[in-house]
Design a protein around this ligand. Structure first.
Ligand code: ZN
Length: 173
């Protein structure tokens, strides 16, 4: 089982992380993931930002019922399957937190989603990212003199367990 992300979905997720990273005092951002499942592999073809909730530097406070309602609404609007959510990590304390926090795990397990992507962003102005394992997807982008590094970690619910699965990029389809 793996999570495949369309290139333009990745671009969108990185862009979402950038916005939060460049916001004064920084801001985590979140949204929905839509797509298909092929032979147990999850293919994400669309990502949409969630406007609700209070987005802070180290977390987002939101109403889970409203979030689920909006996810279902968007799925029927786009005629796509709602498969999961994404959120970004932007905290800057000399060390990047690229995986799930305890709070992330708790909210993910309580929601009717299958997958979640954490997008951690770091600029070359900040501390460096250390090793992140083979399952995570690493992206680097350059904007002028600053380069940004993104670590995408994909989690899937398997029965009642949480698993970090391989996240890859697909060009089209
Ligand atoms: Zn988180």
């Amino acid at each position: 089982m793996k999570i495949e992300l369309r290139k333009r979905v990745i671009d969108y997720l990185c862009y979402q992380a950038d916005i939060g990273y460049e916001t004064l005092y920084k801001q985590e951002r979140m949204g929905f993931l839509f797509g298909t499942i092929h032979n147990k592999d999850i293919r994400i073809t669309k990502a949409v930002f969630y406007k609700g909730g209070k987005k802070g530097r180290t977390g987002i406070t939101y109403n889970p019922d409203d979030f689920v309602k909006r996810g279902r609404q968007l799925a029927s609007l786009f005629k796509k399957r709602w498969l999961g959510a994404y959120h970004t990590h932007v905290e800057e304390t000399g060390k990047i937190s690229f995986g799930f926090s305890r709070e992330d795990k708790r909210s993910f397990m309580s929601e009717p989603t299958l997958a979640e992507i954490v997008v951690a962003v770091r600029s070359s102005r900040g501390a460096q990212v250390s090793s992140s394992g083979r399952r995570r997807l690493l992206i680097t982008k350059k904007f002028g003199k600053t380069s940004y590094r993104y670590i995408l970690s994909g989690y899937v619910k398997i029965k009642k367990n949480l698993r970090l699965v391989k996240t890859t990029m697909v060009r089209s389809k």
